[in-house]
Design a protein. Structure first.
Length: 344
């Protein structure tokens, strides 16, 4: 294995000068840095990061802790972050918490044992106290969800306004029985989306019983299927449905297709997120578009600047991106409910 001593002997300089040149130390001239890097490349030198970490240096790894990689929102975010991090000389490492605070803690312990440079986290509903302490020791920011114990650096979506707009669209079409399928209120995103749904009903002058909320696991396709199946079987079934997660939307669309529900004649639907297939599903899905690329770029730029400047303390930073209502063919004016015929 080629060492810094081998490079030093080849160039006739000290080992310490080689080390400083490879570390981009400002005390070393650009000419010497160039000579050292060129020699290191020609000789096949690979830096011993493990040794540097033993001396207390952090790695060039940034961790992304998310609930579920199957959710395409998170996989797209991971892809965009990886590209942005790579351009700045950092590597993205992915961990899945499955929305379990103990799994989240175990991942954070392992990441900190390997001296990650920073963490981007979509936190669970109730982070463990030890998770909170670990994150205080490293540059980090929260993505999409925000928990007050984890600091005040956050990138997210205006969930309240996104769901308010989506529901207001259905109210304006004359629907008076509207259902909402979303995540639990203990998640900040779930609480804000539910609040937006209820705000639109109230602003539209509808009574409390005009809207029905079904809350459950936001990452469960099966829950979306089961919930819409139950709703359609009720004697006073809704004429419109608004959704609060990508996975729930996928589940609902699968169930509606299998049951042969005519959208929007029998049921108007507003989805969440804009997956590639949503534009050509049935009549085209009216949905809430999310600024994924912009959010990922903002996260990466903020954390890269933080890692490179290392300020003495971190002030609050909040970036709220608006969602956008994408109108397609899955919504239509409301009608009086006619029960769907049941099979003999």
């Amino acid at each position: 294995m080629i060492t810094t001593r081998d490079i030093a002997e080849r160039l006739g300089i000290s080992v310490s000068t080689v080390g400083r040149a490879l570390a981009d130390d400002p005390r070393i001239s650009e000419k010497t840095k160039f000579r050292v890097r060129q020699a290191a490349s020609e000789m096949g030198y690979v830096g011993n990061r493990a040794a540097r970490m033993m001396r207390g240096a952090s790695s060039n790894v940034v961790a992304l802790v998310i609930p579920d990689i199957r959710n395409t929102f998170y996989s797209t975010i991971a892809h965009e972050l990886s590209k942005n991090m790579e351009a700045e000389g950092f590597q993205l490492m992915l961990s899945e918490s499955d929305d379990d605070r103990m799994v989240e803690l175990r991942h954070l312990r392992e990441l900190f044992a390997n001296r990650v440079a920073g963490v981007i986290i979509v936190p669970t509903a109730r982070p463990h106290n030890e998770s909170v302490k670990l994150l205080r020791a490293v540059p980090h920011l929260q993505l999409l969800r925000r928990h007050p114990s984890l600091g005040s650096q956050w990138f997210g979506v205006d969930d309240h306004e996104a769901l308010r707009q989506a529901t207001a669209h259905l109210v304006a079409l004359g629907h008076t029985r509207i259902a909402y399928l979303g995540g639990p209120e203990e998640l900040p995103t779930g609480a804000e989306r539910l609040r937006g749904f209820r705000s639109a009903l109230r602003e539209g002058g509808l009574p409390d019983d005009a809207g029905r909320a079904e809350l459950g696991p936001p990452s469960s396709v099966d829950h979306g299927r089961e919930a819409v199946r139950r709703l359609l079987q009720e004697p006073d079934a809704p004429t419109a449905l608004v959704l609060g997660s990508i996975q729930l939307t996928l589940g609902v669309l699968k169930e509606l297709s299998e049951q042969g529900v005519e959208v929007p004649r029998e049921l108007s639907v507003v989805g969440f997120g804009d997956e590639p297939g949503f534009s050509w599903w049935g009549p085209g899905l009216t949905t809430i578009g999310l600024p994924i690329q912009e959010m990922a770029t903002g996260c990466a730029l903020w954390l890269m600047r933080r890692l490179k400047t290392r300020p003495s303390n971190d002030g609050p930073y909040t970036s709220v991106s608006p969602g956008s209502l994408i109108l397609r063919g899955s919504t239509a004016p409301g009608r009086k409910h006619r029960p769907r015929p049941t099979e003999p």
